[in-house]
Design a protein around this ligand. Structure first.
Ligand SMILES: [Fe+2]
Length: 306
C-alpha cells in the first residue's frame, strides 16, 4: 500500500535542504498531499489542543450530534445518504480578524491554546507557501501576495469530530471533495483513522501519525500554478469503533483577492494558448463552491470563464 510522502522540515537546514525541497516538489506535483514532521510546533501544545478539543466535543457537541442523527434517522439508514455527512463541526476564524471570543461554549483555556496554535500554523503556512514559490521559480512572497487582497489572507480552522458510525458505507464522514482555498494544514487524531485521498483512481489512507501535520493544496493553488500543482480529492470514512478528531486550518485568499495563473508559469508553457484556468475574485469562486463542493472541480473553473 502506498502512503503520501512524509517530509521532515528539520532537514531544510544544512546539507539536506536540496533533497527536502525535491521531496516537497514531488509531493506537490504528484500527490497534492504530504505529511510534515519536525515542523517546529511544540508537541505539548498539540497534546493540550487535542485534549481540550476532545473534552469540548464530549461536553458541548456530542449530545447535539446524537439528537441530529436521530432526528434525521441517520443511524438507521438502509440506502446511501448523498446529502449529509457524519460529522460534528464548528469553525473559528483567525484572519483577517479573530472571532474566537464570540464563539459560545469554549473555555478560556481552549480559546488561549487554539489562538496560540493558530498563530504557529499561520507562520508554518506562510513558510510553506515560500517553499512552494522557491520550487516553482516564483519570487519569494509571491503566493502570500497573491492571496492578500485588500485585507490580507483569510485563515480559519474547522474543528470536526467524526463520531463512531454504525453504517460508514452508507453515510460518509465527509463526502469526497477538493478544498477550495489555498493551503490546508491538518492536525488529525493520533489513533482513529478515516482520512483518504484519491491517487490514480484509488482511495489511499492517510493514517494517524502522532504530532504530524498533514498538508494539502486547494483549488486556488492549482489555478495560480497553472495546474503544475493540483488540488486532490479526499474524503473521510467514519469508523465503527471510535471518534476521529480533525482540526483543519485553511490559509486562503482574502475575499477580494484576484486569482489567476502566475504569468511566469504561463510563459514556460509551450505554444498552447488555450488557458485552462480563469481569472476571478476569490469570493466569486466561493459562491460557486458552496453549491458545487461535492462535485468535480472542473465545472467550477469553467463557470468562471464566462
Ligand atoms: Fe477537505
Amino acid at each position: 500500500m502506498m502512503n503520501s510522502p512524509i517530509i521532515s522540515l528539520e532537514r531544510l537546514n544544512g546539507v539536506e535542504r536540496k533533497d527536502t525541497m525535491e521531496k516537497i516538489k514531488d509531493a506537490c506535483q504528484n500527490w497534492g498531499f504530504f505529511e510534515l514532521v519536525n515542523h517546529g510546533i511544540p508537541h505539548d501544545l498539540m497534546d493540550t489542543l487535542e485534549r481540550l478539543t476532545k473534552e469540548h466535543y464530549r461536553k458541548c457537541m456530542e449530545q447535539r450530534f446524537k439528537e441530529l442523527v436521530s432526528s434525521k434517522g441517520l443511524d438507521a439508514v438502509q440506502t446511501e445518504v448523498k446529502d449529509m455527512d457524519w460529522e460534528s463541526t464548528f469553525h473559528v476564524r483567525h484572519l483577517p480578524e479573530s472571532n474566537i471570543s464570540e464563539l459560545p461554549d469554549l473555555s478560556d483555556e481552549y480559546r488561549k491554546v487554539m489562538k496560540e496554535f493558530s498563530l504557529r500554523l499561520e507562520k508554518l503556512a506562510e513558510e510553506l507557501l515560500d517553499l512552494l514559490c522557491e520550487n516553482l521559480g516564483l519570487e519569494k512572497g509571491y503566493l502570500k501576495k497573491a492571496f492578500y487582497g485588500s485585507r490580507g489572507p483569510t485563515f480559519g480552522t474547522k474543528v470536526a469530530n467524526y463520531p463512531q458510525c454504525p453504517n460508514p458505507e452508507l453515510v460518509k464522514g465527509l463526502r469526497a471533495h477538493t478544498d477550495a482555498g489555498g493551503i490546508i494544514l491538518l492536525f488529525q487524531d493520533d489513533k482513529v483513522s478515516g482520512l483518504q485521498l484519491l491517487k490514480d483512481d484509488e482511495w489511499i489512507d492517510v493514517p494517524p501519525m502522532r504530532h504530524s501535520i498533514v498538508v494539502n493544496l486547494g483549488d486556488q493553488l492549482e489555478v495560480i500554478t497553472n495546474g503544475k500543482y493540483k488540488s486532490v480529492e479526499h474524503r473521510v470514512i467514519a469508523q465503527t469503533n471510535g471518534t476521529r478528531m480533525s482540526i483543519a486550518s485553511f490559509y486562503n485568499p482574502g475575499s477580494d483577492a484576484v486569482i489567476y495563473p502566475a504569468p511566469e508559469l504561463l510563459e514556460k508553457e509551450t505554444e498552447e494558448k488555450t488557458n485552462v484556468y480563469p481569472k476571478f475574485v476569490f469570493e466569486e469562486y466561493m459562491k460557486i463552491y458552496a453549491a458545487l463542493k461535492f462535485q468535480a472541480k472542473e465545472p467550477r473553473f469553467e463557470a468562471l470563464k464566462a
